[in-house]
Design a protein around this ligand. Structure first.
Ligand code: SAM
Length: 361
């Protein structure tokens, strides 16, 4: 990947982080308390979203701290290990905390939770790379801090596939009691990094989320709202099936069908997202064919121009008029070599028109 592509990718990833955060902040009631921003780095997220609030930020890297301080002059930002809680002496009451760590945000969160003071509602964000650890080595830490090893392939697969729903979520709900989850959302990047956020509230306020009023105590996390729809479409674009994409956003696939029936715009977006995924594969196939991969050449041509290129080896079951099959000796290898030679010549022509006289070789 060249520098430009990598910058573009980073920009897209950053915008996804911002979108997740904006969505939840808009849903929460007014957040008037302080914001805790451990792992603040050079302050990109805080600069984009949290200015104007009482920011308590920290990072282990003093150079990053200096950059963040210069960008956020009103914030209190210190160099510290955020796996511990570095503002023990502060009397601030927090409404938001953003644990954008590289891989394991939960030491930081647990220490914050045990030592800080909160208002009656809190918005939390997490960057969790434990699925990457599971798939690479099988070793990972649960959010509670336990070191676990998934030994067999089946154990790894189980831990990886159900990591959020079976490991993170049940632990989180139990850990924050008597607080309750009011709303929760997540997305995955490269199928391994998990970015998630939650609005939590002390029990009596659990139904106070902006939007349509819900029944008292209602928990909205299963609602297929615009944030979840966007996440669902992004997963389809990555090539996930409808069923898997639905379960990754925590929605039953029947709910998706209902929404597609009543919202033609959404139904259209679903098929566009699926076409995008297929388009990506087609492009990759074309690139592979152009660079001389014979299987890719065959698949591409058999499908694009079946009349000219169909592979008839398994189709012809009878001869003329249903009679016995007439067996002709064909030099299959020679035929394939001549097809490939013809194609290479055409590719050379397209790539280097100045080297040919336009008639091919
Ligand atoms: C993903 S970056 C955070 C980027 C940041 N959210 C932003 O908006 O620019 C992770 C940051 O965590 C910091 N970090 C890693 N381990 C840490 C620790 N134990 N305590 C504090 N900061 C840590 C790194 O220096 C790095 O700046």
């Amino acid at each position: 990947m060249d520098v430009k592509q990598s910058e573009k990718k980073q920009h897209v990833e950053f915008q996804r982080k911002i979108k997740l955060r904006k969505g939840l902040i808009e849903k929460a009631s007014k957040l008037t308390g302080a914001y805790y921003v451990p792992f603040i780095g050079d302050g990109d997220i805080a600069f984009e979203l949290y200015q104007g609030n009482k920011i308590h930020g920290a990072d282990i890297d003093p150079a990053m701290v200096e950059t963040a301080k210069s960008r956020l002059p009103d914030a209190e930002i210190i160099a510290a290990d955020c796996d511990k809680y570095p503002f023990k002496k502060s009397i601030a009451t927090f409404n938001l905390a953003d644990f954008d760590s590289y891989s394991y945000p939960y030491d930081s969160f647990r220490n914050f939770w045990e030592e800080a003071k909160f208002g009656s509602q809190c918005v939390l964000f997490f960057t969790d790379g434990q699925r990457q650890a599971i798939i690479r080595t099988g070793h990972y830490r649960t959010p509670g801090g336990k070191k676990v090893k998934a030994k067999t392939v089946t154990e790894k697969r189980e831990a990886y596939n159900f990591y959020f729903n079976k490991t993170v979520l049940p632990w989180f709900k139990e850990y924050i009691k008597p607080w309750k989850v009011v709303y929760i959302t997540k997305y995955l990047r490269s199928a391994s990094m998990c970015y998630w956020g939650a609005i939590i509230a002390r029990e009596q306020r659990a139904s106070k989320v902006k939007g349509k009023p819900g029944k008292a105590g209602e928990v909205h996390r299963n609602k297929f709202d615009s944030i979840k729809k966007d996440e669902y479409l992004a997963l389809l674009r990555q090539g996930h099936t409808r069923g898997l994409a639905a379960s990754l956003v925590g929605i039953h696939r029947a709910t998706v069908s209902i929404h597609m029936k009543k919202d033609s715009g959404f139904a259209e977006a679903v098929s566009e997202a699926e076409s995008d995924a297929i388009g990506k594969v087609e492009n990759a196939l074309f690139e592979a064919a152009i660079s001389g991969n014979v299987t890719a050449i065959q698949v591409y041509l058999y499908n694009r121009e079946p009349e000219r290129w169909a592979d008839r080896r398994n189709i012809r079951l009878a001869g003329e008029g249903g009679g016995p099959i007439e067996v002709k000796e064909i030099d299959a290898k020679a035929k394939l070599i001549s097809i490939i030679a013809g194609m290479s010549a055409r590719i050379r022509e397209v790539e280097n028109p100045q080297l040919t006289d336009g008639k091919g070789s």
